[in-house]
Design a protein around this ligand. Structure first.
Ligand code: HEM
Length: 497
């Protein structure tokens, strides 16, 4: 058969793709028009659930290359020698908007990497910010209900969004970044990436280190003002997708340099900051940035649905030499991603080519909907077995992690230092950046009720008096009102002492 001939899904020729089959030229359609039925039935199922978060995104392929030796910290194969190259896939995203949302919105950006290593895939599913709004994963569904659409109006709600954020003062660090000039990147090429959580490295000597991952854009940081973004969105809702796609298509390949911060395992017990608190950074003065390598994006996907929409990144997907940490948020994510992907894409989503490892995989998982890889043929499906098939590999066991304490719903609020790091960040800003922070905050929280605005101003004041006063001024709130407000739910207002 000629390759340009149209066929149905089982390969038979299609004689007419313009006219349905009817009884007479004006008569009703016939049930035996099976091509029409097949085409329509497939079309009816074209949409899969969008990602619950980060629904709008752009993907690209690239290569990671090691430039510095970090083998004393990790035995991970992808870092084994300088010059070693590992293929990868990245998906950038915005967070709160749906699949059709405009790109140039003030929001966090997702920065999800999938390294196809020789010892399995490693997914580092991070953001363009080093911290997050929360410390406890139990609050993650609430965060999303607060920032997504209101159940009655079906519109985004400044009240819901800021009521929630201001009641969780641990979110102020992330809120400050989001409202700063960096909260609205010009494109995905012009922002840094972070693993954000603390992970662990396991060395060849079976020693554990705590580690944070950083990716520095080599295109330079560039951001948009709210006004610039409004103009862009009016003309182009796909500005980030267009920028990434066209630059790669034109051979202008974007690059990021990778760095790590490394902490001795025992330091976690004595360091003055809880290193597993995702609302805090490790100051670079204490834990300097160590160069590791760089990655370059050099190929666009050829089919968006197959390769980007069906991509599944999961923080639980790690390789020997990389491990988790007790960060509660990370622990929560270890369940959520695989769970949502089994719902969004199906139990065999690891076989979709963009997700499949480039090395052999032998997991004994069998059957399930949409099994497409031969299902391990006639191999036996149990372990232990007497035939030396697919045995566990104890050499890869992690060193034991010492734990202590009683099982309880531990209240993370015993550490109530919500404000020193956002204050430090504020004090690092130039006057122009501070003014942008005030204005962007006022633009966003200005749509919420006054008591919520005041609660936010009080939180900002705790971080730095000038921060609170600047936001109050941009909101047109008198300082007297901020200090003496006695309205709604005073118990939950930040006190001013
Ligand atoms: C996407 C849950 C925190 C970065 C998602 C998705 C879920 C989710 C359900 C959709 C996944 C899919 O459909 O494939 C959670 C939970 C969190 C959490 C329960 C906290 C307890 C974070 C944090 C970061 C992050 C802290 C960054 C440091 C991302 C990214 C994506 C994503 C980048 C998009 C991945 C892609 O491009 O496919 N998250 N998330 N999330 N999340 Fe989270």
């Amino acid at each position: 058969m000629e390759k340009n001939n149209l066929t149905n899904r089982t390969g038979a020729p299609i004689s007419d793709n313009q006219n349905i089959l009817t009884a007479g030229s004006r008569g009703p359609a016939l049930l035996q028009d099976v091509w029409f039925l097949e085409k329509m039935a497939h079309f009816d199922r074209e949409v899969i659930p969008e990602r619950r978060m980060h629904a709008k995104g752009s993907g690209a392929y690239g290569i990671f290359k090691v430039t510095h030796d970090i083998t004393k910290y990790t035995k991970a194969h992808l870092f084994s020698e300088i010059g070693k190259e590992t293929p990868l896939f990245i998906r950038f995203s915005t967070v709160a908007g749906e699949r059709g949302a405009a790109d140039a919105e003030r929001d966090i950006r997702g920065f999800a990497l999938k390294f196809y290593t020789e010892e399995g895939n490693w997914d580092l599913v991070g953001n363009n910010t080093p911290v997050f709004f929360l410390r406890d994963p139990l609050k993650f569904p609430d965060l999303n209900h607060a920032v997504k659409r209101d159940p009655r109006t079906n519109m985004r709600s400044a009240d819901n969004n800021w009521d929630f954020w201001t009641l969780l003062p641990e979110s102020l660090h992330q809120v400050t970044i989001t409202m700063s000039d960096r909260g609205l990147p010009k494109s995905y090429r012009h922002m840094d990436g972070f693993g954000s959580h603390t992970y662990s490295f396991i060395s060849h000597e079976q020693k554990r280190y705590w580690v944070k991952f950083h990716f520095k854009t080599q295109q330079g940081i560039e951001n948009l003002t709210n006004e610039e973004a409004k103009m862009i969105v009016a003309e182009d809702r796909e500005s980030h997708q267009r920028d990434l796609y066209e630059n790669i298509e034109n051979g202008n390949f974007p690059t990021w340099k990778m760095y790590i911060q490394v902490m001795e395992e025992a330091d976690a017990n004595t360091y003055h900051i809880n290193p597993f608190d995702l609302t805090k950074v490790w100051p670079h003065g204490d834990y300097p940035m160590i160069p590791v390598g760089e990655f370059t994006l050099n190929r666009n996907p050829s089919n968006y649905f197959a390769e980007v929409e069906q991509a599944a990144f999961n923080p639980a997907t790690i390789v020997p030499g990389v491990g988790f940490s007790p960060d509660k948020m990370l622990q929560g994510r270890l369940f959520s991603y695989g769970d949502t992907q089994r719902y969004r894409l199906g139990v065999n989503h690891h076989q979709i080519p963009v997700n499949a490892p480039k090395c052999p995989y032998m997991a004994y998982h069998r059957d399930g909907a949409m099994r497409t890889d031969g299902n391990y043929g006639s191999q036996i499906a149990y372990e232990p077995n007497s035939f030396s098939q697919w045995q566990e590999q104890p050499a890869y066991q992690e060193p034991p992690l010492a734990l202590s304490g009683s099982a309880d719903h531990w209240d993370h609020r015993v550490d109530d230092d919500y404000f020193s790091q956002p204050g430090n960040l504020f004090r690092l800003m130039s006057d122009t950046q501070k003014q942008a922070l005030f204005n962007n905050t006022a633009d966003a929280v200005g749509g919420a009720q006054e008591f919520i605005q005041i609660r936010h101003v009080r939180n900002c004041y705790k971080a730095d008096p000038h921060y609170g006063k600047g936001v109050a001024k941009a909101l047109g709130l008198s300082w007297d009102t901020v200090c003496n407000f006695e309205g709604y739910d005073m118990k939950r207002m930040t006190d001013m002492n």
